[in-house]
Design a binder for this molecule. Structure first.
Ligand SMILES: [Fe+2]
Length: 449
């Protein structure tokens, strides 16, 4: 029996397995690259180390890729070998993996909650819970978890910077911007490479329309993240958003090609269709075009990747983005096939995401496709009744805003002043300060006033 850096028991006789596992968890919570090889080293040292096996499976789940389902199931089988000899905390991780394999994502979150009730400084559970709840759109729930853990954390506990960054993002997504900025900045002050903390602060700047500050904040830190995973591409997406608001379109395109969708980057070579990267790319191209900027043939590479995953229903928000991608390349037959796959998934099983596809992702996809066809009436018909469910696709307010931009643009194109005014009010209520000052909503602002 060994312990991790925060004193949680690890059921393994192998010192090497415990040390590598602890390193992998530090790397994961710090959004570093190459977590899985270190985890694999831990497993190689002790194949019956339940915690490492379960965590390996949970990392695979985190990729939200149907092609990894068999490997997840295999990790679950391995994790169960020494289940009865493991601690209750470790068993809950195995249970969480089993829930993930069964598509019961709220039961999965409940496992993390059980762990955090008994072990509030279990940073892995806190991170995994936030990740899961984020992609379910349940950030109030995530906020409760990090809030409940707060009295148990202080600067003397290893990982405090990472705790603060989780806390900062929960605060930001629940519109507690002042506290979010403070926690995020503190997390970065404690560890300058804390990309998750810097990201939370970037969100605050975006929501509050503080674009110059956001640009300064991010551009002064972009050199800190050389050892960071795909999160660094997402944070370049954020920098592009600030440039876009300042009408610095050349900078957006340059950063897009170099960072957001650079197919030559080693991380993107290894996993070109990672869900977050596909979301970043398609969302940025749509916004650029909406701002009147030509994007050339940049949609094409994503369309080819999305076509290979057209029946992958592991991420509602990504599926909706696939519709945006196929429509942008004029492949409306693929749009129809994708939407049929989404409908079939939504109707035919009890996976947690099924209802979310039905309530949010399918109408979002139908609306986005209709918008590209110029059928703005159909966009309104699909999206208006569903707009207050879009949060169920997960993603941040900033990310979800893409689909609200599509909806508002349809209302503008149809000169539906009252609808546009209502939608703008709702966008402000979601936390955006004076949305008509943002480039995407300037036309709506003119129509309404
Ligand atoms: Fe973000």
């Amino acid at each position: 029996m060994h312990t991790d850096i925060r004193g949680h028991s690890l059921t393994t006789d192998s010192k090497e397995a415990a040390a590598d596992f602890s390193t992998a968890i530090d790397m994961f919570t710090q959004r570093q690259v190459d977590v899985v090889p270190v985890l694999q080293k831990s497993i190689d040292s002790d194949p019956q180390f339940t915690m490492a096996q379960a965590t390996f499976g949970l990392m695979l789940h985190g990729a939200r890729n149907a092609n990894l389902k068999a490997n997840m199931q295999s990790a679950l089988t391995q994790a169960k070998v020494a289940y009865s000899h493991s601690t209750r905390r470790e068993q809950q991780y195995v249970d969480a993996l089993e829930c993930a394999c069964n598509g019961d994502l709220f039961a999965m979150v409940a496992c993390y909650e059980n762990i955090l009730n008994d072990h509030p400084t279990d940073l892995l559970a806190l991170n995994l819970a936030q990740g899961e709840l984020f992609w379910l759109g349940e950030m109030q729930h995530s906020n409760r978890l990090s809030d409940m853990a707060m009295p148990h954390w202080n600067e003397n506990i290893p990982g405090y910077s990472e705790y603060l960054s989780v806390r900062a993002f929960d605060l930001e997504e629940t519109n507690q911007f002042l506290e979010a900025e403070k926690a995020g900045k503190q997390s970065v002050a404690l560890r300058s490479t804390n990309i998750w903390g810097a990201h939370a602060v970037a969100h605050v700047f975006l929501m509050q329309g503080r674009h110059r500050e956001g640009l300064e904040w991010l551009s002064s830190k972009q050199d800190n993240w050389s050892n960071t995973n795909q999160m660094k591409f997402h944070i370049w997406w954020h920098q592009c958003l600030f440039h876009l608001e300042r009408k610095e379109h050349d900078a957006v395109l340059e950063h897009y090609d170099r960072w957001v969708r650079n197919r030559s980057d080693a991380l993107m070579v290894a996993m070109p269709d990672l869900y977050i990267d596909m979301q970043n790319g398609s969302s940025m191209l749509w916004r650029l075009e909406h701002a009147g900027v030509s994007t050339g043939n940049r949609w094409q590479e994503m369309a080819e990747l999305a076509a290979r995953r057209i029946d992958d229903m592991n991420s509602t928000f990504t599926s909706a983005h696939y519709a945006v991608i196929f429509a942008a390349t004029g492949q409306f037959e693929l749009c129809a096939k994708l939407i049929a796959n989404m409908q079939s998934f939504a109707q035919s099983n009890n996976h947690t995401l099924a209802k979310r596809y039905a309530d949010a992702a399918i109408p979002a996809a139908i609306g986005a496709v209709a918008h590209r066809k110029g059928d703005y009436q159909q966009t309104l018909e699909a999206m208006l009744p569903a707009r207050n469910h879009f949060w169920q696709m997960g993603g941040s307010h900033a990310q979800q805003d893409l689909f609200h931009q599509i909806l508002v643009d349809a209302a503008v194109k149809l000169k539906q002043k009252d609808t546009a005014a209502l939608l703008l009010q709702e966008i402000e209520a979601r936390g955006f300060t004076e949305p008509t000052r943002n480039v995407a909503y300037q036309a709506a602002g003119k129509l309404v006033h």
